[in-house]
Design a binder for this molecule. Structure first.
Ligand code: HAM
Length: 418
């Protein structure tokens, strides 16, 4: 039995990096006045069918759905927005002071073909803001995501923005796209063909070469936008400039989820290659709260793929903090010294020090080697003789300096050296 395809273990030395990513994200969200929300990892399947959209890849072929013992259809969350909107509605948070600004972390599940930066269980850091139509909020959300990459030291992140209008505009645009693509139908790839009459906008972000060539001449959504949407795009651009966020307007930018209205955006790092280059994306979803049973409340947010962030960090050789070293490793020789070392270990830990001892009855030399391997700052040596004199030997590993101190001074000595 092995690990399921498309999943991976995060081993302890990598967990340190994950803690770091979360710490940076939390600190940032704190500064932007966002609060953390935690929703279930599974929801009713219908939530995603209605929220994410029936004709999306996610709902059509990527969901991990199952029935429970009472025959309810449930789905492991393929993304975070639908669950967060459900929670916003169900807890009547719309009745409180707006806007509501939330963030979240967690695993998401999509049945996709695994490859570099693409997994079946992956992790997102996301934010969702409810209750404001102000384009300044769009700019805030976009800049918060960019700030996350910057705080980590990732360079060359490009922000692509677009306005995808409202459902009426999109319906008109869909017709024009179908009209445009139909004569090329035979040349389109299978995916594009199947999308032609159901979701032709998705053909625009095809990775297939010939389909891409055909799509370059397709009509642009910008020519269909109404005055309000055009103005909205201009305002978002204005505020992005105020926040010194560089961006490119990309009228081919379409997102893979159906709920988007108005602003849509993506973060890209080109060097990561076609499949992994999109390290985050988001947009407005002004109809979703209503669609999921709430009042007419606007929303906007993003989801950032943390595996892709890790990939970018690795590729750009950004150094990330490692685990804190051991403050002290206790080496003991003889039965009595062992007992004393167990007691001292407890005291060190109570005092807030990171301390460890040998639990395999190793010889002195092997214990010292272990201390080295564990990267201990100090090694304390406790033998029968030291015990009799209430003294201990303490060695600073970096300098090799060794001194003898009174046993009851150990804690304060180590705390001072921290
Ligand atoms: P999404 O574009 O589907 O949007 O996913 C956001 C990010 O998650 C992607 O840009 C990518 O970095 C990462 N991602 C997606 N699928 C995978 C995968 N299979 N393996 C690894 N990483 C992946 C959403 O999920 C929306 N909920 C974002 C949003 C929030 N829009 C508004 N609010």
């Amino acid at each position: 039995m092995g690990i399921p395809r498309g999943t991976y273990d995060i081993l302890p030395n990598e967990v340190v990096t994950w803690h770091y990513l979360e710490k940076i994200a939390r600190q940032l969200c704190e500064r932007y006045a966002y609060e953390e929300i935690r929703t279930p990892i599974f929801e009713e399947t219908a939530l995603y069918e209605r929220g994410v959209g029936e004709t999306t890849d996610i709902v059509e072929k990527e969901m991990y759905s199952f029935t429970d013992r009472k025959n309810r259809s449930l789905t492991l969350r393929p993304e975070g927005t639908a669950g967060v909107v459900r929670s916003f509605v169900e807890n009547k948070v719309y009745a409180e002071l707006q806007p509501t600004k939330w963030y979240y972390f967690g695993p998401m599940f999509r049945y996709e073909r695994p490859q570099a930066g693409r997994y079946r269980q992956f992790h997102q850091f996301g934010v969702e803001v409810f209750g404001s139509d102000d384009p300044a909020i769009d700019a805030e959300v976009i800049s918060l995501g960019l700030e996350f990459y910057r705080s980590l030291g990732i360079e060359g992140v490009r922000v692509g923005i677009n306005n995808v209008g409202n459902p009426e505009i999109r319906a008109k645009y869909f017709e024009k796209l179908i009209e445009y693509f139909t004569p090329f139908e035979a040349e389109l790839d299978t995916d594009a063909k199947s999308r032609l009459y159901r979701n032709p906008m998705r053909i625009l972000d095809s990775k297939h070469k010939r389909t891409q060539e055909i799509a370059t001449e397709a009509p642009s959504i910008l020519d269909f936008l109404d005055k309000e949407s055009m103005e909205n795009l201009e305002q978002v651009k204005f505020y992005l400039e105020e926040l010194q966020v560089p961006y490119d307007v990309n009228n081919r930018l379409v997102r893979g989820l159906d709920y988007y209205t108005q602003t849509a955006f993506e973060y890209m790092v080109e060097e990561l290659g076609a499949q992994a280059s999109t390290i985050g994306g988001g947009g407005r979803y002004n109809g979703l709260v209503k669609e999921l049973g709430g009042p007419e409340v606007s929303g906007i947010g993003f989801g950032i793929g943390l595996e892709r962030v890790l990939l970018a960090l690795k590729q750009q050789n950004v150094s990330i903090p490692t685990a804190a070293p051991l403050d002290c490793f206790l080496v003991s020789m003889g039965e009595e010294a062992k007992k004393a070392s167990v007691r001292i270990l407890g005291e060190l830990r109570k005092a807030g020090l990171k301390a460890e001892r040998d639990y395999l009855d190793r010889k002195l030399k092997a214990q010292l080697k272990t201390a080295n391997r564990l990267n201990a700052r100090y090694v304390v040596i406790l033998g029968e003789e030291e015990l009799a004199n209430n003294q201990i030997q303490i060695k600073q590993m970096e300098t090799g300096e060794q001194t003898s101190i009174a046993m009851d001074k150990l804690v304060s000595y180590l705390l001072e050296g921290k």
